[in-house]
Design a protein around this ligand. Structure first.
Ligand SMILES: [Zn+2]
Length: 455
């Protein structure tokens, strides 16, 4: 829509029109004058001092939480008749919304729009989305106190994980996805893989991460075999990267990547619906949506943290925003540097606070290790069910015996019927096994019945 069309729509909206006229006349009405008007008009009146007309279109000045003047946005006051299509578009559009939930969709919309009742409208429209209802998965639960992880600087640490096998394979034969997330900015990289060999993973990291962003100080991975291979170790040495590892399946230490993979899977499942063997072509759109999504507390998107400016997205053209008067070609490099410094300062503080908050929240329900050496336990081992749904179902295997407790979080365990099978696992994945139940060949039915008992 052109600015003229938007202006027309605003003037035709009975909730907006009286306030728009008042802004044009530069005269704030007394509250009594508009007291008889609709709720929405009254809400707009409360925003009066933030409202401006640019090119005849009504906007709300939106100050950035960082206080940075350059980051001040103009939010278009959205007429009622455009609400539904706008919210739906931002929620569904590839590379923009990709079926984000209410909070993320709202955060996105707030960047460009404001209108009275925008939370309620967004909530209603998103919660009625049929595709979302079909694919949103269950929440995960964890119990052990979280080790405090702080994201210090840009390119300090990347989280890496492999997602898959994806069923169906792509037409070209891709079966896995490499997911890498830069910890400071949340910048994601996703690459389709054929197999998850050390060779292929290393190649993907070199091409899509190291060659673009440089080698990070450290790389956090899960227990995948490929990451332990000699080849992979050699690459890490070559690039002087410290390899950290998480305990398998425990989401807290690899939180960002884990959460990302979970969301990525949900998104993929929604998108492969229409075009099942072409799923790799959707990966860039999903990555783009995340790169452009404002962070819930500091409001900078990963893109801004990386590059210091907002990304242009396909929908911005509709926004009708006035061109910014910036004659700073000569000063541009200095301006970028200053902006980046400011952004990084805000993000570093927020990350520190968020890490503390997350730890406090997480520890509320935490209990210290309930196990002792020699205890007999079952190991939680989520496995993929064949079929497109890719749901994880509850599976327990074992029993195992605890050889020793390495710390409050991790235990070394050994399979009772196969002492060669030793693992280090997070104790969240363990459940006590009654001593008499050592028959390892019990069927899943038995174990599921037992699971019901402990829950
Ligand atoms: Zn949806």
């Amino acid at each position: 829509m052109s600015p003229i069309d938007i202006r027309k729509a605003q003037l035709l909206d009975p909730d907006i029109m009286p306030i728009m006229i008042a802004v044009q006349d530069q005269r704030k009405p007394e509250f009594q004058e508009i007291a008889e008007n609709s709720n929405k008009t009254r809400s707009l009146w409360f925003q009066f001092n933030s409202l401006v007309l640019e090119g005849g279109v009504l906007y709300r000045k939106f100050e950035h939480p960082s206080g940075l003047k350059e980051k001040e946005e103009l939010q278009l006051i959205l007429p009622s008749k455009l609400v539904k299509t706008t919210v739906k578009t931002y929620h569904e559009q590839l590379g923009v919304g990709n079926h984000f939930g209410v909070t993320k969709t709202l955060a996105y919309l707030k960047r460009f729009f404001w209108w009275p009742g925008m939370f309620e409208d967004t909530y209603e429209i998103v919660s009625q989305c049929k595709i979302c209802a079909k694919y949103k998965g269950p929440k995960q639960h964890t119990k052990v106190p979280l080790k405090l992880f702080q994201e210090g600087v840009l390119h300090g640490r990347w989280h890496v994980d492999i997602c898959g096998p994806i069923n169906p394979k792509s037409k070209e034969g891709h079966e896995y996805i490499l997911v890498a997330v830069e910890a400071f900015s949340g910048w994601p990289v996703v690459v389709p893989l054929y197999k998850q060999t050390a060779d292929e993973i290393a190649q993907a990291l070199i091409t899509h991460v190291f060659s673009i962003f440089g080698a990070p100080q450290s790389l956090l991975t899960d227990q995948g075999k490929a990451f332990d291979s000699t080849l992979f170790q050699e690459i890490m040495e070559l690039y002087q990267i410290k390899k950290l590892r998480t305990t398998a399946f425990h989401p807290a230490t690899n939180g960002k990547a884990e959460r990302w993979i979970k969301t990525l899977k949900q998104h993929l499942m929604m998108l492969v619906e229409q075009d099942r063997d072409n799923w790799p072509k959707y990966l860039p759109f999903i990555a783009q949506a995340y790169r452009n999504l404002p962070h819930s507390s500091h409001k900078f998107s990963p893109y801004e943290v990386m590059f210091g400016a907002a990304m242009r997205s396909p929908l911005d053209a509709d926004r009708g925003s006035p061109p910014k008067n910036m004659d700073m070609h000569k000063l541009y490099p200095m301006w970028v540097r200053k902006t980046m410094q400011d952004i990084h300062e805000v993000v570093a503080n927020m990350n520190k606070k968020a890490a503390k908050r997350m730890k406090a929240y997480y520890d509320r329900n935490a209990t210290l290790s309930p196990f002792a050496e020699g205890d007999l336990v079952y190991l939680y081992y989520p496995r993929r069910v064949k079929g497109i749904s890719a749901k994880l179902i509850t599976r327990w295997e074992g029993p195992y015996r605890i050889i020793n407790l390495i710390n409050e979080c991790n235990a070394r365990i050994e399979r009772v019927d196969n002492p060669n099978k030793r693992l280090i696992v997070h104790i969240d994945r363990l459940a006590r096994c009654p001593e008499e139940e050592t028959d390892v060949n019990k069927g899943d039915d038995m174990r599921n019945a037992w699971l019901l008992f402990i829950e």
